[in-house]
Write a protein that binds this ligand. Sequence first.
Ligand code: SF4
Length: 343
Amino acid sequence: MYGEKLVLKNLTELELVDFIVSLGLPKFRGKQIFSWIYRDIKDFDQMNNIPKNIRRKLRENSIIGNIEIEEKFESKVDNTKKYLFLLNDGNIIETVAMEYENRLTVCVSNQVGCRMGCNFCASTVDGLIRNLEAWEILDQIMKVQENLGKRVSNIVMMGSGEPLDNYDNSIRFLKLVNEENGLNIGNRHITLSTCGLVDRIEKLADLQIPINLAISLHSPFDDKRREIMPVANKYKIEDIMGVCRYYIEKTNRRITFEYSLIKDKNDSDKEAARLVELLRGMLCHVNLIPVNPIEERDYEKPKIEYINRFKNYLEKNRIPVTIRNSMGSDIGGACGQLRRKFK
Ligand code: SF4
């Protein structure tokens, strides 16, 4: 809802048809209006096959739901674009688009700010401002698509915010983005990244949506993890591993573990060895991400030989692993950096 009005972009096709019928209008108008919404229109008057009186009725009862591009930055070092979007209430969020030969991946924000407090992350420095509605997550994709004139093929829910802390809107977003006559982006092309909210992962597993799940682990030891991520005070690594096994059992999907490598913090052999112990035999993959320094914390990237040594240890022990460098490092590297600079 937006005030008293319904946001049309927040509805599935079926729900939109029901809404149109509830206004005393025929079903087929609902289908027509749904398809207009995915042509990224700004105003009801652009719906030129919908009679004026119906457009007026729509305007009285609903809004389409649009966010606006406030700024766009293009990386000179790779094919990354970052967008700052202005929300209807004046808040700003950031979205990243990464273009590859035949793929366009968009990293969406889920909340304005974040309350999880991960030490290496700029998004959390001012805490959580508010959750995004499902349509505000969806519209980030639609606006990038429109701006670049190219279909988005993959989505990562890895921008500002913790998607499972905004659980209902995240699940609704997954439903919306999957709509056959909408964006029609399949679950297997979507990755949801979480800092490890065990009870919510369990709930998600029970839904059996075949999305890719990524867990921010960052240390295989509870005490070290607590220093990096306050959420570790609530959830133990043992419980995270337990719920990951449950997720794999329910969905048959491989889990990705995100591991930000921080110099002298979590990059030692001891950590690599414990990580191997935890993950041995699990259907998983590890992404090693050399940390992006942020102004507010004094974390440093390990030297390349330490990064390679960590990776080799995992590989030697048959844990699939990739080193991932942050994209768009010249236009506000880690999540939340760009938005904070803009404020
Ligand atoms: S890394 Fe993710 S969960 Fe942690 S503070 Fe940043 S946005 Fe929140």
